[in-house]
Design a protein around this ligand. Sequence first.
Ligand code: AHM
Ligand code: MG
Length: 280
Amino acid sequence: MTEIFDAIKKSAIDIKNLIETGDTSKSTNENSTGDTQLKLDIASDEIIEAIFKNVSCIKAIVSEEQEKIVPLNENGKYLIAYDPLDGSSLVDVNLSVGSIFGIYENDFTGNNLVAAVYVVYGPRVELVIATDDVKMYRLINNEFKFMQELKLNEKGKLNAPGSTQNCWAPFHKKMIDEIFEDGYRLRYSGGMVPDLHQILLKGGGLFSYPGTTDRPKGKLRQLFEVFPFAYIYEKANGQAIDGFKRALEVETTHIHDTTPCFFGSNEEIKKVLKVYKENA
Ligand code: AHM
Ligand code: MG
């Protein structure tokens, strides 16, 4: 898989340069989820696809920005689902954004995930690779240098509650309020990559994106966003659930399916499971 990680590192450097100089205006296209694509989304997607095309162990790829699976090498072993530039609308206001990659074998389902990677483009560019453990690298002089292993504490201090509050279920709102009453601090930028990265680096907490009255199945996509981070959180000693079960066990019927999701340290996830079991 080293070849894949090297390809991701190369694409991260190109996307970093694109973010710094590229056009942040809207294109005339919509992606499969119905979002208007920015020119940056399309250009980042093209960068990654062009680089992955030269990696012989990749059998097929699918991007959040594309409708269909793209076959690459018939004899390849790995399938990669990726979100080329998550949170791209935040580039305009100069907040951090990211790229997310899930590396699958056999099929694009949560239980076939074998590694996950994300890149945060912020004041620094950092890359996190989860295989059996979770390792963070930082871009220094155009090279990714190993910095540290990431592990969550049993209980954290940060709370990142996503989506529109007036569409939350009352029991969900009560749960979030209680977490704040327990002393947690609000940290939500609107970019899941920097928000989940912050929780990982600061020892733990909860990131939630529930099902809501306007989006009962949540907003975040299984293959491109939820599964890769679920894998990373589990390998970092934490958990990821859909409210009731492991996020990696959520069934996928379509590549662009979404799911409610909660990522956190063990204590916070225990609370979510209890509240959802009793109320949902
Ligand atoms: P995108 O893939 O269209 O960029 O959307 C994904 C982003 C996540 O990074 C973030 O957690 C979420 O959407 C924010 O949504 P909301 O503003 O509804 O909380
Ligand atoms: Mg996204």
